[in-house]
Design a protein around this ligand. Structure first.
Ligand SMILES: *Cc1c(COP(=O)(O)O)cnc(C)c1O
Length: 348
């Protein structure tokens, strides 16, 4: 049985966290007089510090996702959440993490910022994890294993059996990045936190929920792990405007559901039409709101699209993604323009 306490950095274990004014008194009763935080008393909507524990946002997420509030931590985008996980578990110049390229670039950037070695095991030809190789490469300083599922930029979800074998076989923290889970046919691993004490699941409001601009990332984990991350997070890491906007959007979750199902219909229509473009040789299956394709010459096609006013992502330098382009699914008008332009440039 894995012991989370043994994985935490000694400095973090010993840390006495900053205690903010709103930590020491959590009143929300309207008739209290607040003279404790050196705020400007004149009301303008944001003159007070925000709730450091974002309780209203968490209670809505808790209902929507069916996870207890004590197992939720929120951050300034999932990028902040990932950084907190590094700082909690990875000792600079000693520990290492495992990533599975081609994948989201932030894991290795954060490792580099934090002076953590990166071990990587490339996904196989179907973009699935090589489970035995991953478990073999792990050593006693391997603290984090990042699984992005659905994976960016490939678009596929990993097989549940492989993920389960990795969680059971790895002696560190498994971070499953579910930025695209709301588009996926698979169930979130957050529903299985009770089975796996070393599991951390991250999600975001940046993709399906349509709020990339407010920067709100979500972490689901055991209460033990959440309490460690709470000790090191900046006290007011999610600002008041972000909390208010998140609350108003989460209260209309049917809107998000409708948009997600529209995007998925658009994605499938887009995939159908991409098949008619002669320089596209492969369309990878997608469980997300983007599609990866292989073309004859990715950089040439990328530049041609830019010239016609369409910005996509050239992924050709990623391992296993030679000559691959990634298209985000847009509105039906945008997707039509993309297809028309692809057909146009295919003749030049
Ligand atoms: C877009 C994306 C995120 C989102 O990060 P935020 O900081 O919450 O906007 C996280 N992980 C992956 C794999 C992504 O593609």
């Amino acid at each position: 049985m894995i012991n989370i306490q043994d994985l935490i950095r000694p400095t973090i274990k010993a840390l006495k966290p900053y205690s903010s004014a709103r930590d020491e008194f959590q009143g929300n009763s309207g008739d209290m007089v607040f003279l404790d935080a050196n705020e400007n008393p004149f009301e303008n909507g944001v003159n007070r510090y925000p709730d450091p524990q974002q309780r209203t946002v968490k209670s809505l997420l808790s209902k929507i996702k069916d996870i207890p509030q004590q197992k939720i931590l929120l951050g300034n985008g999932s990028d902040e959440v990932l950084d907190l996980i590094f700082r909690a578990f990875c000792e600079p110049n000693r520990d290492n993490i495992i990533t599975l390229p081609p994948t989201y670039g932030m894991y290795s950037v954060l490792a580099n910022i934090n002076a953590i070695e990166i071990k990587s095991v490339q996904l196989d030809e179907n973009f699935e994890p090589k489970v035995d190789e991953i478990l073999k490469i792990a050593d006693s300083n391997s603290k984090l294993l990042f699984l992005c599922s659905p994976n960016n930029p490939t678009g596929n979800s990993f097989k549940a059996k492989s993920i389960e074998r990795l969680i059971n076989g790895f002696n560190g923290i498994i971070v499953i990045d579910e930025a695209y889970i709301d588009f996926s046919k698979e169930e979130s691993w957050a529903s299985r936190l009770n089975e796996f004490p070393n599991l951390v699941v991250t999600q975001t409001l940046s993709k399906a929920y349509g709020m990339a601009g407010i920067r709100l990332g979500i972490c689901y984990a055991s209460e033990e792990i959440i309490s460690v991350l709470n000790r090191i997070k900046p006290p007011y890491n999610v600002n008041e405007l972000t909390q208010q906007k998140a609350i108003s959007q989460l209260e209309q979750s049917e809107l998000t559901q409708r948009q997600v199902s529209d995007i998925l219909k658009e994605r499938d229509a887009l995939i159908g039409k991409l098949g008619t473009v002669n320089f596209i040789s492969k369309i990878y299956p997608s469980d997300a709101n983007f599609v990866l394709v292989k073309v004859d010459d990715a950089t040439k096609r990328y530049n041609q699209l830019i010239e016609k006013g369409i910005v996509i992502r050239n992924r050709t330098t990623q391992p296993g993604c030679e000559n691959c382009l990634r298209f985000t699914v847009g509105t039906s008008e945008e997707n039509e323009k993309l297809i028309k332009t692809l057909l146009l440039i295919s003749k030049s």
